[in-house]
Design a protein around this ligand. Structure first.
Ligand code: TYM
Length: 378
């Protein structure tokens, strides 16, 4: 591929497209690269290093060293992440939620989980508010199915729980000017005034635990790097409001099943949804892009290209926990001893097992959903 063939990278909370250059993003966003030392510090508290840390899925951070340091001094720490409920949850969304489960167990931290049904309603022409709210509860089943602890997880629907979050949201909104949100998010005069207000609500959850508990609690936000503009804005106002700046840890994007691009709900044939019947998901895997050679003979002779292959990426991000087996697979691909069809079939089988198990957990989550929702402060 020549430089001219490369598609320009766009990474915003609402659009991720083009060829993503993470080094460039780290520079553009002014964030710190993730280090082995930080991964090891997390692993020490967790009693093991999560696959996503071992494999470099988390590429950058802001103030993660400070957040860990606060915990190491014996202080309480908190977590915050979220979802914009506009459709079914796909495997990419699950990456940061699985990681939150690991961090919640390791640090005994409360997780505030925001469902921005307001954001999705305001940004999407085709979505009614009623549907966005329905999706909040539907997507919450996925959050719960990730194994989070009920007593330490607080799911917030912006619309339904507004009375618990509005006052703090107002205090945040008063600190943010129109020119700031224009500069950070690119809003313009034709945007509705709801989208201009929403960033205040996404920012305020960074301070919610501190506000509810009446003491400053360091907050860490695990998410893919597309959400970073919100945190840049939030960090600018935090100290003026008397709170700590929220820390972040940023993930790479799980790719879709087609060539290039992240997994995205807007291309359903290239995304695996948690609600896909396992057989349907397996079929999608069998049609995935691999970057394999044109003929079997060439593949045997030249080998495959795992660095270009999305099927390999799925083993790497999610479906092969054993590092040695992952290296074996890479070698077998490169030396032509495993063909793409076989590799896809093995992945399809794993995806079927994963979805069958996850869907059973999702069903069970219906019985406890109510217990996970944000409660008024006692
Ligand atoms: P949303 O619904 O776009 O995405 C939910 C979470 O999934 C991450 N994500 C991915 N991670 C890896 N690979 C992918 N292909 C992929 N696609 C999406 C996103 O980074 C996000 O972490 N406005 C937010 C909701 C929100 C939020 C938050 C997210 C509110 N508060 C705090 C993170 C942290 C949204 O629409 O997320």
């Amino acid at each position: 591929m020549t430089n001219q063939d490369k598609q320009e990278m766009v990474v915003t909370p609402w659009e991720v497209s083009g060829d993503i250059d993470y080094d460039k993003l780290i520079e553009q966003f002014g964030v710190q690269p993730m280090t082995t030392n930080l991964a090891e510090r997390i692993a020490k508290h967790a009693g093991g290093m999560h696959l996503q840390l071992r494999r470099g899925v988390y590429i950058s951070h802001r103030d993660l060293d400070w957040w860990l340091g606060e915990y190491e001094k014996g202080n309480k720490v908190g977590l915050y992440t979220g979802r914009g409920p506009s459709g079914h949850v796909h495997l990419g969304h699950l990456l940061p939620w699985f990681f939150c489960k690991y961090l919640q167990d390791a640090f005994g931290a409360d997780l505030y989980f925001q469902m921005t049904d307001d954001e999705k309603f305001l940004h999407r022409e085709d979505l009614t508010l009623e549907e966005a709210i329905r999706l909040t509860y539907d997507n919450s089943l996925d959050v719960i199915a990730c194994g989070l602890r009920q007593e330490k997880t607080h799911i917030i629907s912006d619309s339904d729980h507004i009375s618990h979050i509005y006052k703090l949201g107002l205090k945040v909104a008063k600190r943010i000017t129109f020119s700031t949100v224009k500069a950070v998010f690119g809003f313009n005069n034709s945007d509705n005034i709801g989208v201009i207000w929403h960033p205040a609500l996404q920012a305020m959850v960074s301070f919610l635990q501190s506000d509810r508990e009446g003491q400053n609690i360091p907050c860490l936000i695990p998410a893919a790097i597309d959400q970073d503009p919100y945190w840049r804005m939030t960090r600018d106002i935090a100290e003026k409001m008397g709170y700590y700046k929220p820390a972040q840890i940023h993930a790479k994007f799980l790719p879709g099943l087609a060539e290039g691009g992240k997994m995205s709900a807007s291309q359903p044939e290239t995304a695996i949804f948690t609600t896909d019947p396992p057989k349907v998901a397996a079929k999608k895997v069998m049609s995935a892009f691999t970057g394999g050679r044109d003929t079997v003979e060439e593949q045997r002779r030249l080998g495959g290209r795992p660095e270009k292959c999305n099927v390999y990426a799925y083993y790497y991000f999610l479906f092969e926990d054993d590092d040695e087996k992952l290296v074996d697979r890479e070698m077998m691909c490169k030396n032509g001893s495993i063909l793409c069809g076989e590799c896809k079939k093995q992945l399809a089988d794993r995806v079927k097992v994963f979805l069958t198990d996850f869907q059973a957990k999702r069903e069970k989550a219906k019985d406890v959903l109510e217990d996970f929702l944000l409660k008024p402060v006692k």
